[in-house]
Design a protein around this ligand. Structure first.
Ligand code: NAI
Ligand code: MG
Length: 353
């Protein structure tokens, strides 16, 4: 089974090394027959071929069911590359990866603001305010005059229904509750359409508890009562913001794993960015990247009914939990003194044991 590994920018290469070692340890233990293939995207690809997402890598992704993508530090790209689609934009767009699944939970041994939480933010990933994801041609952002900038927001019936179905299906594997987050009191057409479509899908899931919360109240409730949420479904930008908030409540951005999925494929990518402030210093927490990869293995195992891969994914999650439970393994973002590499070594040992 081939896995395409795209390290990306900033801390991307460091956290990717840890993930690669973890996959190799998992492979030796479970005999998965993994073939890990590394390709450059982002700044390294700009330097080599002038584009952050080279065509040949894109073609290889199409042929490879499993892809692990690192962060794209697009703010650091040279001006001429900044208008090109970043690796994440290009991949989400080309494969219509409409569901961005972002779990956050408190864990034994991890200091966190939240006392107890275990939720998943299901973020619509192809519409909303994200200019580069909206249009067949042109961009959803424009400047009529140098003093005025405008942006469009797209919400469709099908886009809303498919993300709602993803959320309700996920809730059936968890605590059977879905909360839709919106701002339909102000954006009566766009959020109004999203809310009414999610409500209509909810009627097909009588077994799932369902409620709605307005986004500003949600930002507050998430801090006060994070334990009351199970699956949270929302539009693109609200999901982007609330998932960082949720990750932080559970211990930090370095723990925020995520996959981008369609009905046919998923791509692993941590919720955080390239963290240029700590890049190259052996300080990055590789957990989010590892959780994303673990989610990808699990997703693939479920899709293909592959019990061995499912067992490997479960083992990887348990090993990661064990390593994180010991404060001696914590990276600086969690208040510890362990480096990225040492964390990776502890994890590879835990997987092998
Ligand atoms: P960021 O997520 O990279 O960093 C925010 C803060 O969290 C920084 O202090 C950073 O050091 C810390 N942090 C993030 N991940 C960490 C980890 N694994 N371990 C320890 N600390 C971690 O967000 P920022 O600074 O706003 O953006 C930096 C660059 O990343 C920008 O170019 C932005 O466009 C890009 N970005 C890319 C994303 C992606 O590829 N999916 C998502 C978000 C931002
Ligand atoms: Mg984000």
């Amino acid at each position: 089974m081939k896995i395409l590994i795209l390290p990306g920018d900033g801390i991307g290469p460091e956290i990717t090394e840890v993930t690669t070692a973890a996959l190799e340890a998992l492979d030796s233990r479970f005999g998965l027959g993994l073939e890990l293939v590394r390709r450059d995207v982002g700044l390294a690809a700009i330097k080599a071929v002038g584009h952050p997402m080279p065509d040949d890598v894109m073609a290889e992704i199409e042929k490879t069911p499993l892809t692990v993508l690192g962060p794209a530090g697009s703010m650091e790209y040279p001006p001429e590359a900044r208008t090109l689609p970043s690796p994440s934009m290009a991949i989400r767009g080309a494969f219509d990866l409409y569901a961005n699944i972002r779990p956050s939970r408190t864990r034994p041994g991890i200091p966190s603001v939240a006392k107890e939480m275990d939720l998943v933010i299901v973020r619509e990933n192809t519409e909303g305010f994200y200019a580069a994801r909206l249009m067949h041609e042109g961009r959803g952002e424009f400047m009529p005059t140098p003093e005025m900038a405008m942006s469009l927001r797209k919400i469709t019936v099908e886009g809303s229904r498919r993300i709602a179905r993803a959320a309700f299906e996920l809730a059936r594997t968890r605590r059977r509750k879905v909360t839709v987050v919106h701002k339909a009191n102000v954006f009566r057409m766009t959020d109004g359409l999203f809310l009414s479509e999610v409500r209509s899908v909810a009627e097909d899931y009588a077994d799932i508890e369902f409620d709605d919360v307005i986004v500003d109240a949600m930002a507050a409730r998430l801090i006060r009562h994070p334990e009351t949420f199970d699956v949270v479904v929302t539009t693109n930008m609200f999901g982007d913001i609330l998932s960082d908030e949720a990750a932080e409540l559970a211990g930090g951005l370095g723990l925020g794993g995520s996959i981008n999925a369609s009905d046919e494929r998923a791509v692993a990518q941590a919720a955080h960015g390239s963290a240029p402030d700590i890049a190259g210093q052996d300080k990055a927490n590789p957990t989010a990247h590892l959780i994303s990869t673990q989610m990808l293995l699990q997703w693939t195992a479920i899709q293909g009914g592959d019990n061995q891969l499912a067992a490997a994914a479960q083992h990887m999650e348990a090993a990661l939990d064990d390593v994180l439970a010991d404060p001696a393994n914590h990276t600086p973002d969690l208040g510890g003194g362990t480096g990225t590499r040492a964390f990776g070594e502890a994890l590879a040992r835990a997987i092998a044991e």
